[in-house]
Write a protein that binds this ligand. Structure first.
Ligand SMILES: [Zn+2]
Length: 297
């Protein structure tokens, strides 16, 4: 059977309505969701793995998050011309549709910047960024999506409202700074990349998972290029597995999918008045960062 036919049959199965949505666990799946998003891959060439049954509501509501993640995944330059060009294009998309992303990122203390051929200057290391609530929520939402999808992949169980998810975004430098939950890190097997035929997409996205024997809990990690990574834990493992500091950190970051659905119906957060004011100011003054393409010759 040809590849196109195989894909058609696989997708027909995923969206047949017989499966529950892997994200909300309550509605029937009638669409196929790509996690990670197609846009995060250079030239939108994405292998066929990691496709999930999702309801139309969840699929549509996470599109904004997927767009922002596709841009964030390119923050660390790869010196691949196609990728760098797409970063510049996506920067335009982000500034038109989600200017909060830029106002959410605080100017890093030490800017190790890289200048693209187009003249756009970007800091070289995501880990040096600080960001406020807005980008924090985007990363949490994506991490939630990631955890729900990967847990389903290993267990074929749809989530319930009582499940607890821990999401922990990390920059490339946080490994060196030992800011990552070490116990979680130790549990995880080596990362693997998506593959299509002989081509291995290791430079763009890698992931790994560990499942408890009971299949109630699982731990996952993924990284997008060298830009950022996400730890996610589905029903985080008992506290005695963690050092005091790690346990505290885990507690402060845990949330339930049901809380999230209540606050943000699985889309982007509603903007606070302060954020709306900043959006207006941003439009008036032109951004300092990121500099627009062509700003510097
Ligand atoms: Zn759903």
């Amino acid at each position: 059977m040809g590849q196109a036919n195989q894909k058609r049959l696989r997708h027909r199965d995923l969206r047949s309505g017989r499966l529950k949505c892997v994200y909300c666990g309550s509605r029937s799946a009638d669409t196929v969701d790509h996690m990670p998003p197609i846009g995060a891959f250079t030239s939108r060439r994405r292998p066929n793995e990691l496709e999930f049954p999702a309801c139309e509501g969840c699929n549509a509501a996470t599109r904004d998050v997927d767009n922002i993640i596709s841009w964030l995944s390119r923050l660390q330059m790869t010196r691949e011309p196609a990728n760098d060009r797409e970063f510049v294009e996506l920067t335009g998309v982000i500034s038109r549709n989600y200017p909060e992303v830029f106002t959410s990122i605080k100017e890093p203390k030490q800017v190790e910047s890289i200048c693209l051929p187009s003249g756009l200057i970007v800091p070289a290391n995501f880990s040096q960024f600080e960001f406020d609530e807005y980008l924090g929520v985007v990363l949490k939402l994506f991490g939630l999506k990631f955890a729900l999808a990967m847990h389903w992949l290993g267990t074929r169980k749809a989530p319930t409202a009582d499940d607890r998810i821990l999401v922990w975004p990390v920059g490339s430098g946080s490994f060196a700074a030992e800011e990552t939950p070490k116990q979680l890190l130790r549990m995880l097997p080596e990362t693997r990349a998506l593959q299509q035929g002989r081509k291995i997409f290791s430079g763009q996205f890698v992931f790994t998972s560990h499942f408890e024997e009971s299949k109630n809990g699982s731990v996952h990690f993924c990284a997008f290029r060298d830009s950022f990574g996400i730890f996610a834990s589905f029903n985080p493992l008992p506290d005695d597995n963690l050092s005091d500091t790690d346990a505290e950190a885990v507690d402060s970051l845990c949330f339930r999918p049901s809380d999230l659905y209540r606050s943000y119906p699985f889309g982007l957060p509603r903007l606070t008045q302060e954020q709306l004011d900043r959006r207006e100011a941003w439009k008036r003054t032109r951004p300092v960062w990121p500099r627009q393409p062509g700003f510097i010759r």
